[in-house]
Design a protein around this ligand. Sequence first.
Ligand code: FES
Length: 149
Amino acid sequence: MIHLTVNGTSHALDVQPDVPLLYVLRNDLQLNGPKYGCGLGECGACTVLVDGIAARSCVIPLGIMAGRSVTTLEGLGTPEALHPVQQAFIDAQAAQCGYCLNGMIMTVTALLNRNPSPNDTEIRAELRGNLCRCGAHVEILRAAHRAAT
Ligand code: FES
């Protein structure tokens, strides 16, 4: 049994320790914010916060998560009260297909948690590992700047 906290709720999970955190979040806890993109830690679609730090949940085996605190997209805000980063992405219309947005929003959130006023270079550096195949990069950067101000 592996104990961890997800979005403020404690869970005791009877799951094999080598199962990726992403699978547990989506399949066992029905949290579909984090997306399966590459499954190799290379696209960022599956990004969550682990103890406040952005992490690729597709390559984190559940066995190393005991005692950790995970925040998913669902844990940032509510439909009635969106997190400021979520609202900034809506305001900037920073979506085409939207598949990458979980990773973009979680990565920007982690950045702003440790640096509330990043400059353009810092934002670009933070997001360089998050891929968007639609080409919405300009709007995504605009959203990140909106959230930072
Ligand atoms: Fe995890 Fe691509 S699905 S980084």
